[in-house]
Design a protein around this ligand. Structure first.
Ligand code: B12
Length: 217
């Protein structure tokens, strides 16, 4: 069985202890880096999401799997990335969160973890974050980038609200604003006046690096 298959089975079985152990031991044995494990876990969650959409599994299955993944990222992978010194240089400060009205955390957490693993300082504001909080935090921390996640058609309008809030405070030019999440698109990013959009966590890293190196802000 490949590592990805073992991880998939473990997430399906909601075996949080086993998933944590797999992650700890593969990093310890230097078989995989924390960033590589995050990539595999992201793929598995996308697969599980597809199964849910195809009605092959049900809501409780999904919530169970999502919780196992969230706890493993929070309690094992993020701390191990920090400990192992995978991230040494600081390329910039990113404030990231899921917008108001939306509880989906996994995609945003993966983006945050990938950014961290690639040398950014990441401040994860959590879920259901009001527009004013994104702006307050970015100001308080001296961030360069604000990342907005939305998984719901119902909540994507709140990404626009954050940009409005920046405009209202005369701060729009100070920040690079990027958006993501399945109902969003490059066209939507342009429509609401964001600086960029990425389809997944890996693209998000390149996107921010490019935007920063173009010295847009
Ligand atoms: C897991 C899940 C849940 C879990 C969330 C648990 C958690 N802690 O996150 C639970 C069960 C709680 C949940 C609840 C609901 N959900 Co839900 N959920 C999903 C599911 C199956 C997977 C989402 C996920 O984690 N994907 C895996 C991650 C890795 O992928 P991702 O989120 O897309 O993120 C990647 C990219 O989008 C991108 N990205 C994400 N954020 C950002 C941010 C930035 C800045 C950038 C650059 C990139 C980026 O990079 C990520 C990593 O590669 C999706 C279906 C799907 N296939 O997406 C439905 C889905 C998103 N949910 C849906 C719905 C409707 C709901 C509910 C309203 C259901 C209900 N009736 O109660 C509630 C929402 C309540 C609320 N107020 O938010 C719909 C949304 C439809 C729509 N377009 O509006 C979907 C699409 C399912 C469906 N087909 O109906 N859900």
């Amino acid at each position: 069985m490949s590592l990805e298959e073992t991880i998939r089975e473990t997430i399906f079985e909601w075996d949080e202890d086993k998933l944590k152990e797999i992650c700890r031991s593969s990093i310890k044995k230097k078989q995989q880096s924390a960033a590589e494990l995050l990539k595999i876990i992201g793929k598995v969650m996308q697969f599980i999401g597809k199964q849910f959409e195809d009605e092959e599994i049900f809501l409780p299955d999904l919530v169970g799997s999502a919780n196992v993944v969230k706890n493993t990222i929070d309690e094992v992978l993020d701390p191990l990335i920090k400990e192992s010194g995978e991230s040494k240089e600081t390329l910039g400060k990113v404030v990231i969160g899921t917008v108001e009205g939306d509880v989906h955390s996994i995609g945003k957490d993966l983006v945050g973890s990938f950014l961290f693993a690639n040398g950014f300082e990441v401040f994860n504001l959590g879920e259901e974050v009001p527009a004013s909080k994104f702006v307050d935090k970015a100001e308080e921390l001296g961030a360069q980038v604000i990342g907005l996640s939305s998984l719901l058609t119902m909540s994507m309008g709140f990404q626009r609200e954050v940009i409005k809030e920046l405009n209202n405070r005369g701060l729009r030019d100070k920040y690079i604003v990027i958006i993501g999440g399945s109902p969003t698109s490059m066209e939507y990013a342009e429509e609401i006046g964001a600086d960029g959009w990425a389809d997944d966590a890996i693209e998000a890293v390149d996107l921010i690096k490019n935007l920063l190196s173009n010295n847009k802000k």
